[in-house]
Design a protein around this ligand. Structure first.
Ligand code: NAD
Length: 358
């Protein structure tokens, strides 16, 4: 059956890195004779300028129908003063919510050749390969009641951290299954020492572990995990965490790699349809210069092929090509130590050449 891919380049370097990924996509479609229907639409500030909304309804509908959405990045100073409904970032949150993308997968890995880019010492960071599975549509970011009370003395504000067992089970299932496909270790992170919701989270994950005897489950308190990620990141294989803790921990893990332009992400629904995007933003400071690193976006395409498009072999080929690209000494501006970095448009051509020769 023909799989539907929706391309949403967005703003700033989102446009440039997505164009690179689409070159790779077009190449593999032809080389491997893939049955994809590919559609491209505007989103974010670019869509606001043209259609008066950062996420026009036809874009949202197309995203709902797609098997995989490739999302570049949105935002920029031009739109910073708009109200929330019109802001480019609203497109991202609307898509996550409307598509019910509850599972956010953020790999953090470091090629040996790039160990020097990490803020950690080489002997600590070498071999880094972690997958953070973050719950994305529940927890304290969406919990009710929430609010600000301004007619009391003292005034106060409050949020609710809440998870029901179904929400915990579905994210834990993705985490256990991911660990099965990787190195068989899962660390569940919460604050069971102080929060009821965390105690509940721990009990559900523990109960589920009997269904996954091949996965070694451990539990860690979130503050300790933040510390352990810096002290000894290689102890981790897969980490699963709630929305709040996963948000913080995935940013720490990304920082360990020292290269924001290399890291992809996937956000999945229960049918493994998903949205795939680089971890970086629209980088207005370098937009339009053809110097952004498109590898995070190309790697996001690879994740889409793996999780939503049933093309694991081709995903492997893209991952291998990225590895060889780095091994062969090619660099982009964010990971270069000298001035001999490749332009955005040259990276995809190189990756295509490597895949073609594999
Ligand atoms: P950013 O990720 O856009 O940029 C941070 C720094 O990293 C910049 O110096 C940038 O030049 C560099 N950088 C980022 N991606 C790079 C790449 N692929 N290659 C080389 N260098 C790269 O974060 P920011 O500056 O905080 O945000 C800029 C805009 O992006 C804001 O409007 C913000 O709201 C938006 N944003 C969007 C998303 C998203 O769409 N998912 C995520 C984060 C930020």
């Amino acid at each position: 059956m023909t799989k539907k891919i929706l391309i949403l380049p967005g703003d700033g370097i989102g446009q440039e890195v997505t164009a690179s990924a689409v070159e790779v996509l077009d190449f593999i479609v032809e080389k491997f004779n893939l049955q994809f229907s590919i559609n491209s639409m505007e989103v974010g500030g670019t869509a606001y300028d043209e259609f008066g909304s950062p996420i026009p309804s036809n874009v949202l509908n197309a995203a709902k129908e797609a098997d995989a959405v490739l999302f570049g990045a949105v935002g920029g100073p031009k739109w910073d003063d708009l109200g929330w409904d019109d802001r480019p970032e609203n497109a991202l949150l609307t898509l996550r919510k409307e598509l019910n993308l509850f599972a956010n997968l953020r790999p953090a890995f470091l090629f040996d050749e790039l160990s020097g880019a990490s803020p950690l010492k080489e002997n600590v960071i070498k071999g880094l390969d972690i997958l953070i599975v973050r719950e994305l549509t529940g927890g304290i970011y969406f919990g009710e009641p929430r609010g600000v009370v301004e007619d009391q003395k003292p005034n106060y504000a409050f949020n609710t951290m809440i998870y029901n067992e179904d929400e915990i089970r579905r994210i834990a299932k993705i985490a256990f299954e991911s660990a099965q496909k990787r190195n068989g270790r899962l660390c569940s992170v919460e604050k069971a020492n102080v929060l009821e919701v965390s105690k509940f989270w721990r009990s559900i994950v523990t109960e589920m572990s009997s269904d996954y005897p091949d996965v070694e489950l451990s539990h860690q308190l979130a503050d300790n995990t933040a510390m352990q990620l810096v002290l000894d990141p290689n102890q981790f294989d897969v980490i699963v965490a709630s929305n709040l803790f996963g948000d913080i921990l995935s940013d720490i893990a990304a920082t360990l790699t020292g290269s924001i332009g290399m890291l992809p992400s996937a956000s999945l629904d229960s049918a493994f349809k998903g949205m795939y995007e680089p971890c970086h933003g629209s980088a207005p400071d370098i937009a339009g210069k053809d110097i952004a690193n498109p590898i995070a976006m190309i790697s996001s395409l690879s994740m889409a092929l793996r999780y939503s498009l049933n093309e694991e072999d081709i995903s492997d080929k893209i991952d291998l090509a990225i590895k060889k690209f780095v091994e062969q000494g090619y660099r982009t501006i964010d990971i270069a130590t000298e001035d001999n970095y490749l332009k955005t448009s040259a990276v995809s051509k190189k990756i295509i050449e490597i895949i073609d020769n594999e």
